[in-house]
Write a protein that binds this ligand. Structure first.
Ligand code: AMP
Length: 173
């Protein structure tokens, strides 16, 4: 059933820079049936997990996180790039290939012990979701799963995340 959705993911070579094979999910999002199937599959996976919050990572994570939260009857929590969230934040810096980047979450976004899934469109090295996990853990949230539409298996990001929570992805490359 999900094969049709998977076919809608296209690979753009050398974007945003040379050597990167970019997974472009816009054709999938444009296809109403495919988009719905992806959200339904994610919702089915977590339906019985009593999820309190879906934590979505800026910006493509929002495209999955928002409809997933709606389907699960869970709250949506935003992890954002620095300087975007207006109230008091927790902030984490993490390593990129060159230099560092940072993510923020509102300090009052998650109450202690609440059940959380963290979602992004794609798992590559795992650095981004590991940083988001650090934010959720600082607030006292219990991370039930790290979920992705796409996993780039050959980068072994999953191994970096094994101590945090189970990793779930719909499509592997
Ligand atoms: P990482 O922190 O290495 O796991 O990178 C994950 C983040 O970078 C996600 O938010 C992805 O959207 C983005 N990303 C990394 N590699 C790719 C790729 N090949 N195609 C599309 N997005 C990517």
């Amino acid at each position: 059933m999900l094969e049709n959705a998977e076919k809608k993911i296209r690979t753009i070579l050398d974007f945003p820079k040379e050597g990167i094979a970019f997974k472009d999910i816009t054709p999938l999002l444009q296809d109403g049936q495919a988009y719905r199937e992806v959200i339904d599959a994610l919702a089915k996976k977590f339906a019985s997990e009593q999820i309190d919050y879906v934590v979505a990572i800026e910006s493509r994570g929002y495209l999955l996180g928002a409809p997933l939260a709606y389907k699960l009857g869970a709250g949506l929590v935003l992890v954002r790039k620095p300087g975007k969230l207006p109230a008091a934040v927790e902030r984490v810096e993490y390593e990129l290939e060159y230099g560092t980047d940072a993510l923020e979450i509102h300090k009052d976004a998650i109450e202690k012990g609440k059940r959380v899934i963290i979602i992004d469109d794609l798992l590559a090295t795992g650095g981004t979701v590991k940083a988001a996990s650090e934010l959720v853990t600082r607030l006292g949230g219990k991370i039930v799963s790290l979920a992705f539409m796409i996993e780039l298996k050959f980068l072994h990001g999953r191994e970096k995340l094994s101590t945090i929570a189970p990793v779930y992805s719909l499509f592997d490359y």
